[in-house]
Design a protein around this ligand. Structure first.
Ligand code: F1P
Length: 338
């Protein structure tokens, strides 16, 4: 119902939403950490599905450099807490120059919500752990809805809009299926618990998903994890891969996998253990050092949302094996307010 409401009645974003959306010429997304990764995925959607020019940057850089704001800029901040100091400062700095601001947030009444012209709540419920998890997946749904309502003023057709809404309706069942992979992921986690480094690879919207998987592993398992666009592997990081560096690839479809395959073979030839999350119908040959985890089939648009879940589960199980505090990792705070 909330989804229908946001789509049909744009006032779910705020009273002035429709009038503001009519004037949008481009989007500037600002966020930190996990929320930034959600923003990166949104850029693929905004530009790829609807032709909306979209820039995305971490708040902690954006606020410290001179920026040029073009006319018709909708400033979109994404934040679980709504209190992240850099994101708030970035909004305050540009407030007088932008068309309007929209915040996607999980905490009603938070500073970012209060100071933005429009907002859409993620309604993820309380996030108990420091590391964002359900906030991320719900941010993505909100960003997909935002892409649709602004996209209908750009290139998005009604048929595409319908297809996206129908896809979103499939999410609860797909997420259940992803959560049911828990036992396999728990087994997989044993290959990481004793290691000090790992690599995550993805392409397109799955690249920010790889970044998010790496961030979760760092945050709660204290394992050094880096994410690369799959094609960048051969431009440097491949030199690092050996038996002590497990590699995770998120590769749902054939087109992506074909390009990845050559790289992946190089990894396993160096004794590196490789874990591939692939669509069930994919023909990925499991073999020495190559482990394939079959994901449910799903519309492409949902891949970044659903493929994130096994990566969250992986960092959870590695943390449990290592005995680290999953909810309160050392040195981290839920709201970074300074
Ligand atoms: C941003 C963030 C989180 C991270 C941790 C520290 O917070 O980097 O992504 O998991 O909680 O802060 P927010 O702006 O989304 O509240």
């Amino acid at each position: 119902d909330r989804i229908q409401d946001a789509m049909v009645n744009e006032r779910a974003f705020g009273e002035q939403a429709s009038a503001i959306f009519d004037q949008v010429k481009q989007i500037q997304i600002i966020a930190c950490g996990t929320s930034y990764h959600a923003g990166m995925i949104a850029k693929y959607w905004m530009e790829g599905l609807a032709g909306i020019p979209c820039h995305v940057e971490v708040a902690s850089e954006y606020r410290y450099r001179p920026v040029v704001i073009q006319a018709g800029t909708l400033f979109v901040s994404i934040s679980q807490s709504g209190e992240t100091a850099d994101t708030l400062a970035a909004l305050r700095d540009v407030k007088d120059q932008i068309l309007a601001s929209l915040t996607i947030c999980n905490v009603p009444g938070s500073s970012l919500v209060r100071e933005s012209d429009l907002f859409l709540m993620t309604n993820a419920g309380p996030e108990i752990g420091v590391a964002s998890t359900k906030a991320f997946t719900t941010q993505l749904v909100c960003l997909l809805l935002t892409t649709v309502v602004i996209g209908r003023r750009f290139n998005m057709t009604q048929a595409k809009e319908r297809q996206i809404v129908e896809s979103i309706m499939l999410l609860p069942a797909l997420i259940e299926q992803a959560l049911a992979m828990d036992v396999d992921i728990e087994k997989m986690s044993q290959a990481f618990a004793e290691k000090h480094h790992s690599l995550f690879l993805g392409r397109g919207t799955l690249y920010p998903v790889a970044m998010e998987g790496a961030l979760k592993l760092k945050e709660i398992s204290y394992i050094h994890a880096e994410a690369y666009p799959a094609g960048e592997l051969k431009h440097g990081p491949l030199a690092l891969v050996d038996k002590d560096m497990p590699v995770v690839a998120v590769a749902p479809r054939n087109d992506m996998l074909d390009k990845l395959k050559a790289n992946l073979q190089e990894v396993s030839a160096r004794g590196g253990e490789l874990f591939v999350f692939a669509g069930c119908t994919q023909k990925v040959q499991a073999g020495d050092g190559i482990h394939v985890l079959g994901m449910p089939e799903m519309p492409e648009i949902l891949e970044p949302i659903v493929y994130t879940i096994p990566l969250q589960l992986l960092s959870y199980h590695v943390a449990v094996l290592k005995g680290t505090d999953v909810d309160q990792p050392r040195n981290l705070a839920k709201s970074v307010t300074v």
